[in-house]
Design a protein around this ligand. Structure first.
Ligand code: PEP
Ligand code: MN
Length: 336
C-alpha cells in the first residue's frame, strides 16, 4: 500500500508512521512528485484503509497490485515528462539522442556532435567508460573522455548523456553530464542504482539484455524509491536464440512499459539490432509504435570506430533518416 501525503507537517507524518507501528507495520518515507509517500505492507493496513485515509495530511491510500509501486501507472495516471534543457521526454515532442558509441578523440567527438546537432538531434550521447565484453577491447578514454565531452557540450551548446559504470564515479559524472546513463549490463547493479537515486540528475535506464520487463521496472523503482523521479526507460534489445542480429529489439516491451508505467520510454535501435542497415527501419517502427525518443549511434567513419562500428550510421545517413523521421512524427501530430 502507498499512503500519499500532501503538504503534510512533520507531526502528521509522524502520526501515520506511529499508527502503522501500532499495527506492527513498518512504514518507509519517500519524498517524490511534491508528495510525501509512505510505503507499507500488511493486511491490517488494508483493513484500516478508511481510517488512514482520514488522517490529517493524507491525500489518498492506494492499493497497488504490481511489485513496483512508484513506477506504476496505478500510482500516477499521467505520463511523467522528463525535461533536459529544451528536450522533453514523455511529451508530444520526440527527442533524438545521437552520437558515437565511444569518445575516441576531441576531433572525432566534435565532428560527430556538430553533424548530429545540425541534423536535429537535441542531446549528444558518447561513452567514456565502456563496459566491453572483452578486457582486451577499447575501454574508453575514461576521465580524459569526460573532459572532452564537457568541452564539446559547452562549445556546441548541446546537453550530453554518458554511461556511468561505477557508484564511485557518480559524483564526477554529475559535474560533467546532463543525463546519467545506466547501461544494460548494469541495470541490476543495485549499489549504482542507489547512488544515482541520490543525485538530482535525470537517469536513462537501459533494459538489461536478459531482463524481464518487471525486473526493468523494479530497477527503476530503486531509483524512484531512493528519491530521484527523473527516469527515462530505454529498450535496447534482448538476447534471444537469433544469431543474425546482435539483439532482438523488443518493441512489445516499449509499448507495454508505457502501459504499465508513467515513465517515458525510448528505444535504442543501434544496440537493438547491431547492424546499421536495420537502424532506420527500427527507428521508424519505434516512432510509429509511440516511443518517447530514440538513441542512435553515429560515427564519422564507422569502419574505423573503436566500438560498435557495424551498427553506427554515418552523419550523412543519420541526417537523411532524421528527415524521414520528422515526416513520420508529423503524421501522429508529434514533432522531432
Ligand atoms: C551504449 O549505449 O554504448 C551501451 C553500451 O549500451 P548498452 O548498455 O545498451 O549495451
Ligand atoms: Mn555502443
Amino acid at each position: 500500500m502507498i499512503i500519499v501525503m500532501h503538504a503534510a507537517t512533520d507531526q502528521q507524518i509522524k502520526q501515520v508512521i506511529e499508527e502503522l507501528r501500532c499495527l506492527g507495520i513498518e512504514g518507509h518515507i519517500i519524498e517524490c512528485f511534491d508528495r510525501t509517500i509512505i510505503t507499507a505492507e500488511g493486511e491490517e493496513l488494508q483493513q484500516n484503509r478508511q481510517h488512514f485515509n482520514g488522517l490529517p495530511g493524507v491525500e489518498s491510500v492506494l492499493f497497488i497490485t504490481t511489485p513496483y509501486k512508484l513506477v506504476s501507472r496505478q500510482f500516477r495516471a499521467q505520463t511523467s515528462v522528463i525535461s533536459v534543457r529544451n528536450a522533453a521526454f514523455g511529451s508530444t515532442s520526440i527527442p533524438i539522442i545521437a552520437g558515437p558509441c565511444a569518445i575516441e578523440s576531441y576531433e572525432q567527438l566534435y565532428e560527430t556532435a556538430a553533424a548530429v546537432k545540425k541534423a536535429g538531434a537535441c542531446i549528444l550521447r558518447a561513452g567514456t567508460y565502456k563496459p566491453r565484453t572483452s578486457p582486451y577491447s577499447f575501454q574508453g578514454l575514461e576521465r580524459e573522455g569526460l573532459g572532452i565531452l564537457q568541452a564539446v557540450s559547452r562549445e556546441l551548446d548541446i546537453p550530453v548523456v554518458s554511461e556511468v559504470t561505477d557508484p564511485r564515479l557518480v559524483e564526477v559524472f554529475c559535474q560533467s553530464v546532463d543525463i546519467l546513463q545506466i547501461g544494460a549490463r548494469n541495470m541490476q547493479n543495485f549499489a549504482l542504482l542507489k547512488e544515482v537515486a541520490q543525485s538530482n540528475k535525470p537517469v536513462l535506464l537501459k533494459r538489461g539484455p536478459a531482463s524481464t520487463i518487471e525486473e526493468w521496472l523494479l530497477a527503476a523503482e530503486y531509483v524512484l524509491a531512493g528519491g530521484n523521479s527523473q527516469i527515462v526507460l530505454c529498450e535496447r534489445g534482448i538476447r534471444t536464440f537469433e544469431p543474425y542480429t546482435r539483439n532482438t529489439l523488443d518493441l512489445n516491451a516499449m509499448a507495454l512499459a508505457k502501459e504499465l508505467s508513467h515513465l517515458p520510454v525510448i528505444v535504442d535501435p543501434s544496440h537493438g539490432t547491431g547492424q546499421w542497415s536495420l537502424v532506420g527501419p527500427m527507428s521508424k517502427a519505434a516512432i510509429a509504435a509511440g516511443a518517447d525518443g530514440l538513441v542512435i549511434e553515429v560515427h564519422p567513419c564507422p569502419a574505423k570506430a573503436l566500438s560498435d562500428g557495424p551498427q553506427s550510421l554515418t552523419p550523412k545517413r543519420f541526417a537523411s533518416l532524421m528527415d524521414e523521421l520528422r515526416l513520420l512524427a508529423n503524421v501522429s501530430n508529434r514533432q522531432i
